[in-house]
Design a protein around this ligand. Structure first.
Ligand code: PLP
Length: 399
């Protein structure tokens, strides 16, 4: 029988389970990029123990030596069942899925299927910085259609951008982040339907990165892009990676709508060999048996959102924070603090707290920083204390 290294056995909230000392023993990016005196709330890794079904699946694979290449459709089947239960969507067809190594490599593959070298890929900044890097890496050109001031897709700007990039009958794609990183915006069915209508009108192909889809809180409902009218020509990337903290166990799924099945079929089968078989087993177990764990996590994240809002109100009231309905990321508008374009750099230097700089998120990122809420309340409380102290120190130096 597998045991999970919970330090407080029976703790239902995984965000309460691990001490900082234990977390600092981790060797992943979040914990090894900065020196020990820095409190890390930056890259999207969570401070949680793994869900028990995931540990069990991986341990059994180790015991069996089941470490070959991935095979079969269990991952896609688990996702299809999850999509039915969670999003009331029964349109995820297992035969229109393919395993890819991870979401961003899947994005590159999908863009390769529906656009050509030098074509435009429309993104909605501020947005996950690798959207720019990977689009360029794929030989395409990122073109910005910024979100509105309400952090929602601005359909007028999107239409104007689609019109511009398709002039001369050029091919183009829209790389949609749904839910949106960093704002936590959950796009509504109406918004997605409008995006699909615009995409059809201008012949733009939509590639939806839906990695944060299981991380939607409260009564808000995640709407899969492929489920909206007109979404059939879309391609989606999904994964258990963000919601169950599995980015080191590489595996994701590309999902085609009915009108994009032929496109996905052109992807070489070998791309799937880049996924980790153990990763596939872990992701499958998470989606199939990890829902109670996910629900506890979501409850904890919701509490953390409220905690952060209260701490900022009390200690840094000039910071604007609008809690989103999804992801475990908080997008902080720090412009009124007077720390310049890169507040994260100042907070790190003067407060020894690591947030993600807003600058690489594109238009709308300057003066902002992204804070990772997937930590214990103690860590979040200490982070805000350090942030307030850093702002005081920076002010004293300026003054
Ligand atoms: C929107 C988005 N897409 C993709 C990724 C990375 O996913 P993967 O590691 O599967 O490439 C992240 C990670 O934070 C993300 O936020």
């Amino acid at each position: 029988m597998t045991t999970i290294p919970h330090e407080k056995p029976g703790e239902p909230n995984p965000l309460h389970a691990l001490t900082l000392d234990r977390l600092r023993r981790r060797t992943s990016m979040k914990w090894r990029t900065y020196p020990e005196d820095v409190l890390p709330l930056w890259v999207a890794e969570m401070d949680v123990p793994l869900a028990e079904p995931v540990v069990r699946a991986v341990t059994e694979a180790m015991e069996l030596g089941d470490t070959g290449y991935p095979a079969g459709s269990a991952y896609a089947e688990a996702l299809a069942v999850f999509a039915g239960k969670r999003w009331d969507w029964d349109g995820l067809a297992v035969e229109r899925t393919a395993i890819v190594p991870d979401v961003m490599l899947g994005v590159v593959e999908m863009l390769g299927l529906v656009t050509g070298h030098g074509d435009a890929v429309v993104v909605n900044p501020p947005v996950y910085p690798p959207f720019y890097d990977f689009v360029r890496h794929a030989g395409r050109v990122p073109v910005e259609a910024p979100l509105g001031a309400d952090a929602r897709i601005n359909l007028d700007v999107l239409e104007e951008t689609f019109r511009r990039v398709t002039t001369g009958r050029r091919r183009a794609a829209h790389l949609l982040c749904s839910p949106h990183n960093p704002t936590g915006t959950v796009h509504t069915a109406d918004e997605l339907t409008a995006v699909a209508a615009l995409a059809d009108r201008y012949g733009v192909r939509v590639v939806a990165d839906e990695i944060h889809a299981p991380l939607v809180v409260g009564d808000t409902r995640f709407v899969p892009y492929l489920s909206v009218p007109g979404g059939e020509r879309g391609l989606s990337l999904m994964s258990a990676s963000k919601a169950w903290n599995l980015p080191g166990l590489k595996a994701a799924l590309a999902v085609a709508g009915a009108g994009a099945a032929d496109d996905l079929a052109r992807m070489p089968e070998e791309v799937g060999h880049g996924a980790s078989h153990v990763g596939v087993l872990a992701h499958t177990a998470a989606l199939r048996d990890g829902i109670p764990w996910l629900d506890s996590l979501l409850t904890g994240l919701d509490a953390n959102r409220r905690l952060l809002a209260g701490l900022l109100d009390a200690q840094l009231p000039a910071v604007r924070y609008r809690p989103g309905d999804a992801t475990y990321l908080a997008w902080l508008d720090c412009r009124a603090l007077g720390l310049g374009d890169d507040p994260a750099e100042v907070l790190l230097r003067h407060g020894r707290v690591a947030l993600t700089s807003g600058l690489p998120f594109g238009t709308g990122g300057a003066g902002h920083a992204r804070l990772n809420l997937a930590a214990s309340p103690e860590v979040i409380t200490e982070a805000v204390r350090r942030m307030a102290e850093a702002v005081g120190r920076a002010g004293a130096i300026r003054g």
